[in-house]
Design a protein around this ligand. Sequence first.
Ligand code: BG6
Length: 302
Amino acid sequence: MNMPPTDINVLNRRFGAPGRIAFRTDKMGAPILALVNRYGSCELSLYGGHVLDYRPIGHVPVLFMSKKSLFEPGKPIRGGIPVCWPWFGSASEKTLPLHGFARIMPWDLHSTEYSSDVTEARLSLSASEATRRFWPHAFELTLRVWLDQRLNLALTTVNRDAHPITFTQAFHPYFRIRQIMDVNVRGLDQAPYRDLLTNQTGTQTGVLNIRAETDRVYTPPAPECVLHDPGIGRALALAYTGAKRLVVWNPWIDKARAMPDFGDDEYTGMICLEPANTDGDEVTLEPGARHTLSLALQASLI
Ligand code: BG6
């Protein structure tokens, strides 16, 4: 699963635009695409179709990236916005990669474009010999990432097979925060949840504070929430479509220590809020049909 060799000059000539769209490579040779507009910038890797960084002007970075993230072929990147697809969590066949294979595959760059306000890239991943080792179906996956006053992602799945396909999925953003004990998540009041650590169900009351390892699948009252971070002085609004759940994850102390690609203390500076279709709300597409999962992030000062 090596990255195909890339000529950055060719990518810059074909898809670049001075001051708006530029390419570099990471340490495994994967192309990274920077998108810039008057409202900020973001970086996107063709490895995994993975947003690595988002910096609205006037803000510290919105996304967390572990200092220990591996950036190795076949391994997921620990931070940014992983794309979990075509399954969220573990597959029925336990030897298959957690959270699907899309986040550990090289994607193709389909196109870039920009206007005075918007800078955009379109990536794609289609069925190949490599994907058929994990999932025996024909599909086409497109990831549109565009910057306007927000950072926007839209992941469209098209069934290119002759039979129905069924999948689960998520955007798995890691948000950078000042201190986990001080942040809260708003918009989940009265939301039922399933706790993946205890398999118990519950109902959220008021804002969500994180005080221990957390791995919950919420059914939110509306497809939006706000991450309130008084330490940074930021309210980050998430709005999404095409997802029935919001997964909230923080590994806390023991799990942080157990993860080789995550610093022991880094759990204090991150939280994952993941618009998802999980087990029990699989998406099924007839031949030729499509489904889009979208996410928009908007930062405001508080
Ligand atoms: C979350 C899951 O979405 O991702 C957790 O709910 C999981 O159970 C976490 O531990 C991280 O997964 P991974 O594969 O990126 O280590």
